[in-house]
Design a protein around this ligand. Structure first.
Ligand code: PBG
Length: 329
């Protein structure tokens, strides 16, 4: 009771604040998303993601070496596929010489110890911009799962340490796990996007990969029949528990900031590592506000990342990873 208890005593100076700090960010908390394109010497800035780039394989190699030198030890790869290689079934996704498969090899050659995770979903390969196969105005579940399973095996064979299915089809984790076991890829892990919401915060990412759902007849305009309703909380636990039961090694909540209640709930509920994806729209919002001089970029960035970790994230996928680590000095 006051004055015996003066709560401000523990905030008097930096030294005591550090001493009692409960949450500390380190480079090993981060998973760095990377966008890969065909070509040579390509480093294209993504319009809606200032300071973030699409890289060709040669620049990917340079970048991962730099990341490794900074203590960033895990990357999450996405590819931008040229239009002529897109179809409804994501045929190109299974090409052993496809861009993703070459990207995995490039990272592993440049930096053998870098942990490589690959995005598994059809959208970058889909002429309709959906995570699954489209038929009669719907997204087919089981046919899509078969494809995602083959895709996962292909990524694992190329050398991926983890596959990261981001599609939200039902039953894909067990199917992928069984196929990996069958191929004796026992050590390939699965990071499942388990509680992935149908969020408007993915806009800039869809610009980055040119992967937004197309506006044509008989193609759903959004992903609401597979991604979760932002209004739901219990469902996040059901989805996550199902993925763990099916064999997911790491589960994920996505997006980040608007969903930190879900992160805390999942963290309390399960005992596998929990990843949080601070998505492209979250990145874009801060960049835009900072550009206008309305927010202090670095301070807000660190506050947001700390909040994500404090909420229960064990792993943070973030476009700010490099900037944050630079500030950690
Ligand atoms: C697609 C995928 C998306 C993201 C990661 N994987 C977009 C979507 O579901 O439409 C979003 C990432 C971001 O916004 O940063 N399978």
């Amino acid at each position: 009771m006051y004055p015996l208890r003066r709560n401000r005593r523990l905030r008097t100076n930096d030294a005591v604040r550090h001493l009692v700090r409960e949450t500390i960010l380190t480079p090993s908390d981060f998973l760095v998303p990377m966008f890969v394109v065909e070509g040579k010497g390509v480093k294209e800035e993504i319009t809606s993601m200032p300071d973030y780039y699409r890289l060709s394989l040669d620049n990917l190699e340079k970048e991962v070496k730099e990341l490794w030198g900074m203590g960033l030890c895990a990357v999450l790869l996405f590819v931008k596929v040229t239009d002529n290689l897109k179809d409804n079934k994501g045929t190109e996704a299974l090409n052993p010489e496809g861009l993703m498969q070459r990207a995995v090899k490039t990272v592993k050659n440049a930096c053998p110890e870098m942990l490589v995770m690959t995005d598994v979903a059809l959208d970058p390969y889909s002429s309709y911009g959906h995570d699954g196969i489209v038929a009669h105005g719907t997204i087919l579940n089981d046919e899509t799962v078969e494809l995602l399973t083959d895709m996962s095996v292909s990524h694992a064979q190329a050398g991926a340490d983890f596959v990261a299915p981001s599609d939200m089809m039902d039953g894909r984790i067990i199917s992928i796990r069984e196929a990996l076991e069958e191929e004796e890829l026992f050590n390939t892990g699965i990071m499942s996007y388990s509680a992935k919401y149908a969020s408007a915060f993915y806009g800039p990412f869809r610009d980055a990969l040119d992967s937004a759902p197309v506006d044509i007849k008989n193609v759903p305009k959004d992903k609401k029949t597979y991604q979760m309703d932002p209004a739901n909380r219990f469902e996040a636990i059901t989805e996550t528990q199902a993925d763990i039961d099916e064999g997911a090694d790491i589960v994920m909540v996505k997006p980040g900031l608007c969903y930190l209640d879900i992160v805390r709930e999942i963290r309390n509920e399960v005992d596998v590592p929990v990843a949080v994806y601070q998505v492209s729209g979250e990145y874009a919002m801060l960049k835009a506000a900072a550009e206008k001089g309305w927010l202090d970029h670095d301070a807000v960035m660190m506050e947001q990342l700390i909040a994500i970790k404090r909420a229960g994230a064990n792993i943070i996928a973030s476009y700010f990873a490099k900037d944050a680590v630079k500030l950690m000095g």
